[in-house]
Structures are given as structure tokens and as C-alpha cells.
Design a protein around this ligand. Structure first.
Ligand code: FAD
Ligand code: NA
Length: 385
């Protein structure tokens, strides 16, 4: 560890971005370690052995951003396809476009509506609470989109996501439920969207392709921590509660179980993501990975699908979505205080800051952290030496 100017824990987008900047911009020697056997963090993907189809191993990853700086930055390491994400939902043996749009409304209520008619209909249905403050997620959702659409598209899906009746979930989980009063069924509104032409893992290979950067996989920070000199700058993107030995309590997460299957059909569902809104279907959605890359030459007689099951995480599970109750917020603030006192260690990324971050947000946060925290420290160490 003595040879390095910077030690980074975690080879996901946050860690890889900081490593790339420190090496390419400042010429610093970087060691990046990850306890997994691969780079890429949760954005990691690999090609299925039987079919060659690229599978995102930690759930579907769609790149989209409103941030030109992040788009330009990532474009140094990949080209993007013109993929535009769309999501459908299966409900009572029918298929509807998500997010709820005019097409969904016409189909669901069984007739044509103009945008103004649809607005008036949803407003009337959303008035059910008569101005009363929503007391739980169900009431909040009804106040936003009315009961019929809530019961069809939100109730079962949310109950499965949280393994909890929406009447027992806090209203604060949802702040808005987008309804589009036109026929636009693109999932994201961002000006920049696409999938990496050569897949996600190639991005990380290129970011870390510098003789100044060493990558050590299958290495847990806590197993090697004693050997790292105490004056080294460390960027830590693992779970913040784990770093402090859970001394202020455990931060809660949800996880997803992925059930992957290769099927002997050329096209299983005709689209990349099909949500399942019915509560009696145990999974929340099915991904079919070939549809993310229609430009590729994939086999015509086989396909890879993944069913997703959502549940609360234990310490042994992969943490995916922060549960983020008021208690979690308090716990996190206690860790934030400890982190500030931990000089020489910069906490970043989704696990290090207990936040759900999209990829573009993780990259944006890393670029900012590099500029305001990492770079000044590395340059300061240079001056002191
Ligand atoms: P991570 O990618 O989690 O990287 C952290 C790394 O630290 C991991 O590789 C981990 O192994 C390593 N680590 C942790 N502890 C230790 C330790 N003790 N020692 C060594 N290494 C350690 N974003 C989008 O923009 N679009 C999407 O469609 C999208 N879909 C998603 C779907 C799911 C199911 C999930 C969970 C996330 C999704 N995201 C999506 C978010 C995206 O995965 C994150 O933005 C991104 O992973 C954040 O990067 P990160 O570096 O902060 O964390
Ligand atoms: Na710190």
C-alpha cells in the first residue's frame, strides 16, 4: 500500500470515476480494491455463456441523464446506442404502458379521452380524500391519481416491493406519481439516454486502463485495513454502518432476488421490462435482456429472462434500495458525524452516503468529490512532501 497516493474501496461508478481522475488528471498512483471478483459495482454486466446475451447481473441498468457534463465525461469511455427505455405492466391479463399516460387511461377506462377530459377525470377521482391530509401511502397515491388507477397499477406492485400493505407504509415514500396527459410512453424525460455499445463492463475497463491504476479484486477492505498506512487518503464507497462496526445501529435496505433462466424461444415477452401489478404474481417484474440491444446479432431461438423478487435485506444480502425510515435518517446522521471526524477518509457512493443514486448521479457526485475533497488532499500531500 506504500506505493500508492490513493486507496479506493469499491470499483463501482463512484470509485472508478475518482480513480480515473486521480490518475489521468493528477498523475497519481491509485489502488482500487473490491471484495467482489469483478469491476463495475452494481453496473457490472456479462455475456451469458449459452447465448452471448449481455445480462446486467445486479438488475436492469438504463443510462440516462439531464447532465451534459456527466454525459460528455462518460462518452470518453463508451459510445451509446439509441436505445429508449419503455416499461409495460401486466394487470389482470392485460398489458398497459407505464408511466401512466393517455394511452394507459384510454385503455384502462375503455374509451377515448382528450387530454383535458383525462385531466378532469383523474382530478375528480383524486378528490376522494376531500382535502384530508393523507395518512399512509395508499391515501397519498389516491390523492395523486385516484383510486381506480391506484388499485390497478400501484397497490399490488408496491405491496410486493415492500412486502407491506400500502396502508401500513408512510405516505412520504411517494412524493409524486407521474401521469402524462399525452401518448408519450418513453420512460425517462432526460435529454441524454442510451446503452453502452460494448456493454457496461467495457466502460470500467477503459476508465481503469492506466498503468498508474492497480485493481485488486476479491479483497475486502476490512481484511487489509490494518496494513494501510494511517496517513494514506482513502475513498470508501462501501456501507457506512459497516465501516464504523454498526456502532450507531444498522441502516436498513431492500434487496432483490434474481431468478435467471434461458428459454428456448426467440422472444419471450416482446419488450425489455414487464412489470407485474397483480398481487398474486409473486415477482415484481420480468426482464428480457435481448431487448436492450436490438442492434446486436443475438440467437433467434433462445432468450434470457430474469424474474425479480423484492424483500428486506439482511446483512448477508446485497443492499439495493435504502429503506430510509425516519429512524434510518437519524442513524445515518450519527454516521455522518463519525465520518466527518474520520480525517483522511472520504465517504462516497450509494453505500457510503446511504442514498439511492442513479449512475449519472454517482458519477456526478464522484466528479464533485474529486474536485472538492480528493484532489485538494492529494495536492496538499504533494506540497507537504
Ligand atoms: P456500487 O456500484 O454499489 O459500488 C460499490 C462497490 O464497493 C461494490 O462493487 C462493492 O463490492 C464494493 N465494496 C463494498 N464494501 C466493500 C469492502 N468492504 N471492501 C471492498 N469493496 C467493497 N442506475 C441508473 O442510472 N439506471 C438504472 O436503471 C439503475 N438500475 C438499478 C437497478 C438496481 C437493482 C440497483 C440496485 C441499482 C440501479 N441503479 C441504476 C443504480 C446504480 O447501480 C448505482 O448508481 C451505482 O451502482 C452506484 O455506484 P457506486 O460506486 O456508488 O456503488
Ligand atoms: Na472524512
Amino acid at each position: 500500500f506504500h506505493d500508492y497516493d490513493l486507496i479506493i474501496v469499491g470499483a463501482g461508478f463512484f470509485g472508478a470515476t475518482v480513480a480515473e481522475r486521480a490518475a489521468n488528471q493528477l498523475g497519481k498512483r491509485v489502488l482500487i480494491i473490491d471484495r467482489r471478483s469483478h469491476i463495475g459495482g452494481n453496473a457490472y454486466s456479462e455475456n451469458d455463456r449459452q447465448t452471448g446475451i449481455e445480462v446486467h447481473k445486479y438488475g436492469a441498468h438504463l443510462f440516462h441523464t439531464p447532465n451534459r457534463t456527466v454525459w460528455d465525461y462518460l462518452s470518453r469511455f463508451t459510445r451509446f446506442t439509441d436505445y429508449r427505455h419503455r416499461v409495460f405492466t401486466s394487470y389482470r391479463n392485460q398489458v398497459f404502458a407505464m408511466p401512466i399516460n393517455l394511452g394507459t387511461i384510454c385503455q384502462f377506462f375503455g374509451r377515448q379521452f382528450s387530454p383535458d377530459e383525462a385531466r378532469a377525470l383523474i382530478a375528480a377521482q383524486a378528490a376522494e380524500l376531500e382535502g384530508r391530509v393523507p395518512r399512509n401511502l395508499e391515501e397519498k397515491a389516491i390523492s395523486l391519481i385516484g383510486r381506480p388507477l391506484y388499485e390497478a397499477f400501484i397497490r399490488g406492485y408496491t405491496a410486493k416491493q415492500w412486502q407491506t400493505d400500502p396502508r401500513d407504509l408512510p405516505e412520504s415514500i411517494i412524493t409524486r406519481l407521474p401521469v402524462r396527459y399525452n401518448f408519450d410512453n418513453r420512460y425517462f424525460n432526460d435529454p441524454y439516454e442510451g446503452l453502452p455499445v460494448d456493454g457496461y463492463t467495457a466502460i470500467f475497463k477503459r476508465m481503469l486502463d492506466n498503468p498508474l491504476i492497480d485493481v485488486q479484486l476479491a479483497t475486502d477492505y476490512f481484511a487489509v485495513r490494518q496494513a494501510i498506512p494511517s496517513d494514506k487518503t482513502v475513498v470508501y464507497t462501501g456501507p457506512i454502518d459497516r465501516y464504523f462496526d454498526y456502532r450507531a445501529g444498522e441502516l436498513k435496505w431492500r434487496t432483490i432476488d434474481f431468478q435467471e433462466e434461458v428459454l428456448p424461444v426467440g422472444d419471450f415477452q416482446g419488450t425489455a421490462v414487464m412489470n407485474y401489478a397483480d398481487e398474486d404474481v409473486p415477482y415484481t417484474r420480468i426482464l428480457e435482456f435481448r431487448h436492450f440491444n436490438p442492434e446486436r446479432d443475438y440467437p433467434a431461438d433462445r432468450t434470457v429472462i430474469v424474474r425479480e423478487y423484492s424483500r428486506f435485506a439482511t446483512r448477508a444480502d446485497e443492499p439495493y434500495y435504502p429503506v430510509d425510515t425516519l429512524e434510518d435518517r437519524r442513524t445515518y446522521l450519527a454516521y455522518r458525524k463519525l465520518a466527518e471526524e474520520e480525517t483522511g477518509v472520504i465517504f462516497g457512493g450509494r453505500l457510503g452516503t446511504y442514498r439511492y443514486l442513479d449512475m449519472h448521479q454517482a458519477i456526478g457526485a464522484a466528479l464533485k468529490s474529486f474536485e472538492t475533497e480528493v484532489s485538494p488532499r492529494l495536492i496538499g500531500a504533494e506540497r507537504a512532501a
